[in-house]
Each structure stands twice: as structure tokens, then as C-alpha cells.
Write a protein that binds this ligand. Sequence first.
Ligand SMILES: Nc1ncnc2c1ncn2[C@@H]1O[C@H](COP(=O)(O)OP(=O)(O)OP(=O)(O)O)[C@@H](O)[C@H]1O
Length: 262
Amino acid sequence: MVSLAHVPDIAARGLTIGYNGVKVVDKINFELAEGQAIALIGTNGSGKSTLLKTIVGLLPQLGGDLQIFGDKPGRNPKRIAYLGQFHTSGFVMPLRAADVVSMGRYPRLGLMGRMNAEDRDIVRQSMAVMDVERLADAPLRALSGGQQQRIFLAQVLAHRADLLVLDEPTAGLDVGGRERYLQAIKDELCRGASVVVATHDVQDEAALCHQVMLLAHRVVALGPPDDVLTPQALLETFGIVIGGDQKRFTVLECVHPHHEHR
Ligand SMILES: Nc1ncnc2c1ncn2[C@@H]1O[C@H](COP(=O)(O)OP(=O)(O)OP(=O)(O)O)[C@@H](O)[C@H]1O
């Protein structure tokens, strides 16, 4: 019998990513275990979104090996919640905010499935976490950019996924929105979900994530935030050093047992 106990949620070995045969980044090696988070940090155009799209199976890998839950990318959509960088659905369809959040339940329900009381409760709870309950009946297209971002984050939470793949989740969020997002992700990690997040919020995400990957069309560094976010590595990635002092980052330990809902 094959044991799945040590199969990581993501395992990339010698992975090459890119578009139409043109490489963006190669030699990507990392593993992400359940209940763990990794932040992808890098300049504009460094390959963060490309890696996320490859992980969720929207973009074929150009080479190397990539396993998601021990399988090929795209084989387990029910287990993955993906927040892309751009949201267009509200502009092509007349959706209410609550409809958008409810879509987070569809992967579990299937096309013909109807939401039951538990699904509706999860949708309500997810909206409460992002403090957008009062916007439930508003047309998505009538909301501000930050309000829409909160709605899409609520949709991700409503999925109750095993793996969250987030592209710049704090874009457009105000201070309160960021705090709510950070707390929500801590709770998702404690639930046993894993998280991969592309971000420009070095400080916030590093405090949340167990690993950081610095990207600049190549993997500049990979490891725990304290080891990776050095002035030298940041200089190599961004061409500038952020902040004068060495920042201290902490990785949060869960107080709840993992795997509760997986
Ligand atoms: N659809 C596409 N077809 C071809 N090339 C693309 C496509 N999308 C992105 N690229 C290229 O791939 C490279 C990596 O882009 P990617 O979107 O992964 O960057 P990113 O790190 O997410 O940047 P940002 O911080 O600006 O979101 C860039 O050079 C970009 O021009």
C-alpha cells in the first residue's frame, strides 16, 4: 500500500515555467506541506503570476516536474481556491456581491448542485470575516476596487479549500482589510490549508509565511523569511535595499490542531 502521509501539497523539481515555449523562470525547486504558507516576492514581471497559473493548471509547465497533491496540476480543482490578479466576471455578468461569494461553493457542489443551509452559512461567515455582509445585495460592478477585492477574498474563504493560490490578495485593501485578510489566512493555515501567495507586501506576508521565494526571472533565494530577506538578497531582487535595519520576522505557530476539515 502506498502511504500518502508525506505527500506535500506542492512539489516542484527543476520546474520551468513560461508562455508558448518561452521560458520566464527555470530551476524552480520547492515543497509546500499542508498547513504551511509560501510567499513569492519579486519585481513586476519576475514570474510570480506565471508560477501561480502553472500551479493551478491554467498554464502548462515547460519542463521539470510539478506535483499538486501528488498529481498533475489541474487534476484537483475542488481542492484549490485561486484568486487571480484581475477580476472580470462582475463586468460581463450582472452579479450581486453575494453571488460572487457563493461561487466559492460551486467546486464542491458541482454544476447542478444546490446550496443548502450549511453552504449559505459558510457564505455568510466568509462575508463576515471580510466585513462585507452589508454589501451582499450590491451589484459587484457598483463596488469600489477594495470592496471588490474583499468580496473575492470572501469567495476564496467560502471554498474551504485545501490549497489557496493567491495573486496579490491585498491589492487595493485598506488597513482594516489587510488586518482581516491576515487573520483569515492565519485561520486557514490553522485549519490545515496551505497557501501560496504572490505579493508586494514583503513585511506582512513574511510575518505570515513559513517560506519566502525571491524571484527576479530566476529564483534568487528560497527559505525561511529570516534567512531569505537579507539586504543582499533584496538588493539582487529589487536593485534596492528596503529599510535600513535588519527586520525580524516571526512565523506563527498554530494553536489549533491541523487537518480538522481536510
Ligand atoms: N499571457 C502572456 N503571454 C506571454 N507572456 C506573458 C504573459 N503574461 C505575462 N507574460 C510575461 O511573463 C513574464 C512574467 O510575468 P508575470 O505576470 O508572471 O509577472 P509577475 O511577477 O506576476 O509581475 P507583477 O508583479 O507585475 O504582477 C513577464 O515578462 C511578462 O511579460
